[in-house]
Design a protein around this ligand. Structure first.
Ligand code: B12
Ligand code: SF4
Length: 305
């Protein structure tokens, strides 16, 4: 079976970094980690090819090569996703779609043959076993959240690494907050679920073996969701690993502002190679926080920012 994985093009918005990326001779900031994560969930003997349309064009010969086209996308990629779907359908290809865009708006995609929604660790195996039995359904969804200690190491070998300014890696999913403008809790739940330290080391080994050196982005919703495990296990292990490998990565992530409460945690992160933490501040007005259904992360810190 030949699987063509396609990541649609972003529109020209601030977060596509279209103009900034030219200064560093890159095409996109990050590869599509969702598609890289589902690739190893597919049977090992299936052939897989990835086209990220933010770094290369989708060629007709790639579509013709495929038995199935797998599309993953965010809502902002809707227009490009629709173009891909129409184009693949003119060649009579079967389409499987998943990721945030399709999970949230699945009823809008009549032309998609199979909507494999929510976290693929749960829904993709169900689709694959029905496919093998010759009876694949149109929609697979779940209200459960995946045990990500069982998530496979993403197949980083599928990307054209020189086109990206940073490589993505994920330690946790989910967030305890409930901001009304954010889709995280609907998609991934309120509980911070973490991978094991051994998994992260395996993922770092894979990225290192790929020959990647430089920026690495932990794409967690809140990297510090489980501080005791970070402080006692992951970060000390990462510090040793980074030293043994000549500090190959410059790491960034996202975290809540209460990271500033914990100098020990920040020191450990710095020693493990973290150089930048992206912190979202919803509003400088404390009274506006309830309007965004955001409970305070920590008032004293919030007001010092
Ligand atoms: C890294 C990231 C980015 C990066 C890089 C994007 C990239 N190439 O990965 C950048 C900085 C560019 C970015 C930008 C934006 N992002 Co963003 N981003 C993320 C983040 C933090 C991680 C994405 C990731 O790698 N996840 C890890 C993988 C493993 O998870 P996943 O992709 O969901 O995949 C799983 C399932 O969805 C499924 N799956 C995924 N694809 C497929 C495909 C198939 C066929 C199947 C079967 C299953 C499947 O299986 C996977 C394993 O379970 C997510 C939050 C999150 N936790 O996911 C937000 C997120 C995806 N971003 C979001 C948003 C809103 C944006 C912006 C629009 C923000 C803005 N206001 O401008 C911009 C848009 C980009 C643009 N150019 O205009 C939203 C999307 C919501 C939605 N409904 O689409 C999210 C969910 C965050 C949020 N707060 O809600 N983003
Ligand atoms: S704290 Fe961040 S990840 Fe959590 S719900 Fe709010 S915006 Fe989303």
């Amino acid at each position: 079976m030949r699987i063509l994985m396609v990541y649609p093009e972003y529109p020209d918005t601030f977060w596509s970094f279209k103009y900034a990326l030219k200064f560093v001779s890159k095409k996109a900031s990050n590869p599509p980690l969702g598609l890289l994560t589902i690739a190893p969930l597919l049977p090992a003997n299936w052939e897989k090819k990835l086209v990220d349309m933010n770094v290369e064009k989708l060629k007709t010969k790639d579509i013709l090569w495929a038995d199935f086209v797998f599309i993953g996308a965010m809502s902002i990629q809707l227009n490009s996703a629709l173009d891909i779907i129409k184009r693949c359908k003119t060649f009579g290809k079967k389409i499987v779609a998943g990721g945030p865009l399709f999970t949230e708006d699945f009823e809008k995609f009549d032309m998609v043959d199979h909507l494999v929604l929510n976290e693929a660790e749960i829904t993709l195996p169900l689709f694959l076993s029905d496919l093998e039995a010759g009876n694949p359904q149109r929609i697979y969804h779940t209200t459960d959240f995946a045990d990500i200690t069982k998530s496979p190491v993403p197949d980083y070998s599928l990307i054209k690494k020189s086109k990206y300014s940073s490589i993505s890696i994920q330690y946790s999913r989910g967030c305890p907050f409930n901001c009304d403008f954010c889709d995280i809790t609907a998609l991934l739940g309120h509980k911070s679920r973490i991978k094991s330290t051994a998994q992260i080391i395996r993922e770092l080994e894979n990225i290192y073996a790929l020959g990647w050196r430089g920026d690495l982005f932990f794409v967690d919703d809140n990297f510090i969701g489980n501080k005791p495990v970070l402080k006692n296990d992951l970060l000390p292990t990462m510090i040793s690993w980074m030293r043994e490998h000549g500090n190959p990565f410059v790491i960034s992530t996202e975290a809540s502002i209460n990271i500033a409460d914990d100098p020990d945690l920040m020191k450990l992160m710095t020693n493990a190679g973290f150089s930048t933490v992206f912190i979202g501040i919803e509003t400088p007005h404390e009274n506006s926080l309830p309007n965004a259904t955001k409970r305070k992360t920590k008032t004293e810190i919030f007001w010092k920012v």
